[in-house]
Write a protein that binds this ligand. Sequence first.
Ligand code: FE2
Length: 383
Amino acid sequence: MNQYNFPTIILSGQGSLKEFVNRLKSKSHQRILVVTDETLKACGLLDNLTSLLTDAMVDFNVFSEIHPNPVESDIKKGTAVFKETQCDSIIALGGGSPMDAAKAIKIMAVHPSPLAQYDDARGGDQLITKPMPPLYAIPTTAGTGSEVGRSAVIISSTTGKKAIFFHPDLIPDIAVLEPELTVGLPPHITAATGIDAFVHSLEAYFSPGLHPMADGIALQGIELVLDWLPRAVDDGQNLDARERMLIAAAMGATAFQKGLGMIHSLAHPLSSRYNMHHGLANALFLPAGIAFIEASDLNTDQMSRIDRVRSLFEKRWPGSESLSQSSKQFVEHLGIQFGLSAHGIKEEDLEALSREAFEDPCHKTNMISVDRQDLLSVYKAAL
Ligand SMILES: [Fe+2]
């Protein structure tokens, strides 16, 4: 038996932010907590939302004290503001961090402390039982797809490690994909976040398990990235490209309920140890990770999946001999420099990285099972 989950209401395209605020008016919320971060406040993106809320006479309060990787104390502060200012709903505006923080505040708004007891690794989802305040999500990057996701990652104050909080009710009630909000992203962030969306779809399509619905979404997500990410990188003002990349990111996150793979496990330690951008880390392992899979002993279904994705590349840029080669050319075209060593990683770091990557759960749904030595070999190949 399988359970398939598909997203919530998605408002997409130019004008979707305005339409969202119009819809809010009819919901009669008492006060909304807008969860964002200092960067978005400073660059003025927050004003796009708050001016519309003010014009519509929707009462709100802004909470922006969130670390780039949200920590437990951020959630405590945000929850206190939510309660003290008598909010009854939440808007998350930003990239993955405000989204994660908003989901954790949503839990803590109505459940007793401490947050740690709701850690998914401890079966904490069973304790998330009360009706929670509505959550609306407005992404300002096109990558994580967290606006259609059901989990949040928060750094524990006791262990200093990332804890994952998961519950089906954490999915935002409305996701707003407003391309205007992403036009200011610089090319290298556009490229890195877009590759994250690509790898979500790719690893979901490659992961084992019967999920033809996720497979279909993943393939279309891959095509969108191949067609539109280069245009979004070349011209950040291209609203058609920005819109399609936001959709591709939401599709990638929808598809990866089927599973991710070894590329994400290899990438995660680079972010936790070296603070590397998650999308960039994925990009650095994309060709080496695919080459490892291509060189493995594959069954007919696995080979046909690789061939199917290769054909999507081939239609656009003919001439590559393998999917790993096509993906390398694609990433290079986006201006990303390959080689872990070019990004400050040394050969002596790889053993420890491979241990951490093996502890990461994503590789458990890789197309083929891998051990620590396999992960180490891909780190070496990507050096
Ligand atoms: Fe990712």
